[in-house]
Design a protein around this ligand. Sequence first.
Ligand code: G1P
Length: 279
Amino acid sequence: MNTKYPTIKKCLFPAAGYGTRFLPATKAIPKEMLPVLTKPLLQYGVEEALAANINTIAIVTGRGKRAIEDHFDISYELEHQIKGTSKEHYLTEIRSLITKCTFSYTRQVEMKGLGHAILSGETLIGHEPFAVVLADDLCDGNSHGVLAQMVSLYEKHGCTVVAIEEVPREQTYKYGVIAGEEIEEGVYRVSDMVEKPDPKDAPSNLAIIGRYILTPDIFDIIRDTKPGKGGEVQITDAILEQAKQGRVLAYKFKGKRFDCGSVDGFVEATNYFYAKSES
Ligand code: G1P
């Protein structure tokens, strides 16, 4: 599509968190590498980015996350071992991703929240609009990936876009929650955003899920953002500054989303993708 706005070419994956909810599994394995069927969560995210024509992948890692770099690299020994055997096809998908995408990494050296993690990625993103995927929100948009849906909306409006879904009121304390006016079906002009509000204080039941398109002024805003909920620098608080200027849309995406940061969501995702693979 022709658009007057800069194209989204880069996707940032904050992947420095400890994954405490999955201990002891995440003691030596990054939570982003936990597999749903045979693919790690992060690979699903990278595939979703590629489906949105985004092939520059920027990953914010931390200590103990080296398996991520190895995953998105050729393993010559393995390739050599299985070349010409019946097992070769198991590597086809990941090999294709490695060919089509470039991967770069930086480390978040202190865990100071999602806003801070995104700011750590500035060195990889530079001054252009970009996507953010939180890999533990696993999305299935079927033929039309969630990030691709959001890029289409960005191409029309040229502003920050956050993905939302309706959640039961009593769960608002787990999410960033927005308030806004619906300007077209499923698209809201955001007027307020609160990070993990108590249900009684939540401005709505429209929860942000881990997909964002951000304009690059967000980096300066994050630099000026004071620690918020939980003493961490929250991306929600930074985006609120853009929202106050009418520059944020929330988009009710089409598709399914699983909270793979929780054991229940992870099991649900596994069952869903298994049933899908069998059909
Ligand atoms: C983060 C964000 C939150 C958002 C959520 C989506 O929270 O801070 O606003 O709703 O991701 O998964 P986390 O789940 O990392 O605590």
